[in-house]
Design a protein around this ligand. Structure first.
Ligand SMILES: [Zn+2]
Length: 381
């Protein structure tokens, strides 16, 4: 064990958390910090940028150190979920603070602590000890549509090289250092009725809800099938269902104005080996019948690899566990699955992510850095 990995991991985590890189603002500054650090460790950097829908500059990095084929890649994201609901008065969301063996702050658990652990582990390896490359993929917008992973998948030369040479990818999302071999994906749907907005003191309005309401019972019936028919379940997951969720929105939303838009938003957590297209066809038919618009938005694919594969088994041995698991949330792995030899393993508990008092234990930070050091050594020898 390398007990000395904690101080560096902790200090880099704090530096990362001080950048308020919430998904709706630019992640350029935190990406520059990561790039500088990787460059000081001898990495070459690919810098991929785009403007998001709010016209914010988003950066995803791909770094490479060493030559040869295969090797290992560590994957993380630099964006964090909003901290508007932050609940601690003794520690701001972007003022990382240690207390009782934990580090508090937005992104400590998801997933700047993990990134710091991987950078610390990498610093322990002399480039001269490597006969294969180490790569880092550090993306933007993982929490909101995975735009960063998409640009890496489309543009990165280093990523193409990894796909072609069979690099092992470790997605460092918080799993309490369990090894994950499968996760659900996500599919957003919208069913929409349009009317005309007018003040209700006049007769000029057409209330969009009156067109939507008759369709709602039929939608609910499809939802019941979705959640109860074994065809739409995969018992590898808990819960085994598509977890159909539905919200309804109106625009404008004032009680003295007729809404010009009534929209049902549906989110499904798609699963490997489950074809949910019959449900989508039923929704499409229903929309035709009721003269509603049906919009199938951005989908993130579910992901799975063989739990008996050599890379899953090797990582299990490194973390001292006997069996890999599946999880119900999506990650960049869904977008980057052209890289076949992928796994998820990272410090911290997903239950502490996205919370108003997000934290990671110092023990997990240290165990994470040690696990990554052993993994890097294993795959670059
Ligand atoms: Zn994450």
């Amino acid at each position: 064990m390398h007990a000395s990995l904690l101080p560096s991991t902790l200090s880099i985590t704090k530096d990362l958390v001080r950048f308020p890189s919430v998904s709706h603002v630019s992640n350029e500054a935190v990406s520059q910090f990561v790039a500088d650090r990787l460059q000081s460790l001898g990495f070459q950097i690919e810098w991929h940028t785009y403007r998001d829908e709010r016209n914010q500059t988003k950066v995803s990095l791909v770094g490479k150190r060493g030559s040869g084929a295969g090797g290992v890649c560590y994957l993380a994201h630099t964006d964090v979920v909003p901290a508007d609901d932050w609940s601690l008065d003794w520690c701001g969301p972007f003022e990382p603070t240690e207390r009782d063996g934990r580090l508090y702050g937005r992104g400590t658990c998801d997933m700047k602590g993990s990134l710091a652990a991987a950078m610390t582990a990498c610093a322990m390896i002399e480039p001269s000890q490597q006969s294969k490359p180490i790569y880092f993929i550090v993306t933007s917008d993982e929490e909101v549509g995975m735009g960063g992973a998409k640009i890496v998948n489309a543009e990165s030369k280093f990523f193409r090289e990894m796909v072609e040479t069979g690099t092992v990818g470790i997605v460092g999302e918080p799993s309490l250092l369990s090894v994950i071999h499968a996760h659900k994906g996500g599919q957003r749907l919208a069913v929409r009725a349009r009317g005309r907005s007018a003040h209700t003191s006049t007769n000029d309005g057409i209330n969009a809800n009156y067109q939507l309401i008759p369709a709602l019972n039929d939608l609910l019936a499809i939802r019941t099938i979705s959640e109860s028919d074994p065809r739409f379940q995969n018992t590898m997951f808990d819960p085994p269902t598509l977890s159909w969720n539905m919200t309804i929105t109106n625009e404008p939303e004032a009680v003295n104005v007729t809404p010009s838009l009534a929209q049902v938003n549906i989110f499904l957590r798609s699963m490997p080996d489950v074809d949910h297209s019959p449900l989508l066809n039923r929704i499409a038919d229903l929309c035709k019948e009721h003269c509603l618009e049906f919009d199938q938005r951005d989908a993130v694919n579910p992901w799975q690899v063989d739990p008996d594969s050599d890379w899953i088994q090797a990582m299990l041995q490194i973390v001292g566990q006997s069996a890999s698991k599946s999880v119900c949330f999506a990650t960049d792995a869904g977008v980057l699955q052209r890289l076949e030899r992928l796994l998820i393993c990272g410090p911290g508990n997903i239950e502490q992510a996205h919370r108003s008092d997000e934290w990671i234990s110092l023990e997990q930070l240290e165990l994470g850095a040690n696990a990554y050091l052993q993994a890097f050594q294993h795959w670059v020898r």
